[in-house]
Design a protein around this ligand. Sequence first.
Ligand SMILES: [Mg+2]
Ligand SMILES: [Zn+2]
Length: 204
Amino acid sequence: MTQIKGTRREDQFRYSTPGTRHPARRAVFLDRDGVINRPVVVDSKPYPPRSSAEFDLLPGVPEACSRLRAAGFLLVVVTNQPDVGRGTLDRATVELIHAEMCRRLPIDLVKVCYHAGEKYGEPCGCRKPRPGMLLEAARELEIDLASSFMVGDRWRDVDCGKRAGCQTIFIDWNYDEPLREAPDLRAGSLLDAARLLTMPTSAR
Ligand SMILES: [Mg+2]
Ligand SMILES: [Zn+2]
């Protein structure tokens, strides 16, 4: 599991007196492809962009991120990039894409699983639906998982969020791929999800 730091803004974290524990933070864990950027869809299946030129932010994503940040959520991107482990995508390309993503969005942390997956003889604890990336981010940033959300567009994201003890939000692109677990909420886009999460609880 590797990570790069995003534009983390310490001033927004409101640390209490040194030595005392500050209240647990809430986070929104964001899948990348199909949530932040447009997936490259071939035969009704989503694929990651193969270059930063193909990295295309979905409409409303910057606004969604600002809104969630302003409401006090940390933003943690958690993405499986197994093509790197399988040798068909360059890790440097993925890192370039993430640098660009963090330049454009107020992301606190990016966690990437580059492992190829069990079928390819490379099992790991971080490939979604395993919850490793969320658990590690939670330890590093002192995130309260039970009051956090996982937003994704595939069954792996929903199941991963559940295993980590988060609430889950599913963005449905009508892929030819059924869900396994039922998500807690559904949204048409990340901006929709952000509206849901930042409206008063009574109105939800
Ligand atoms: Mg996705
Ligand atoms: Zn992994």
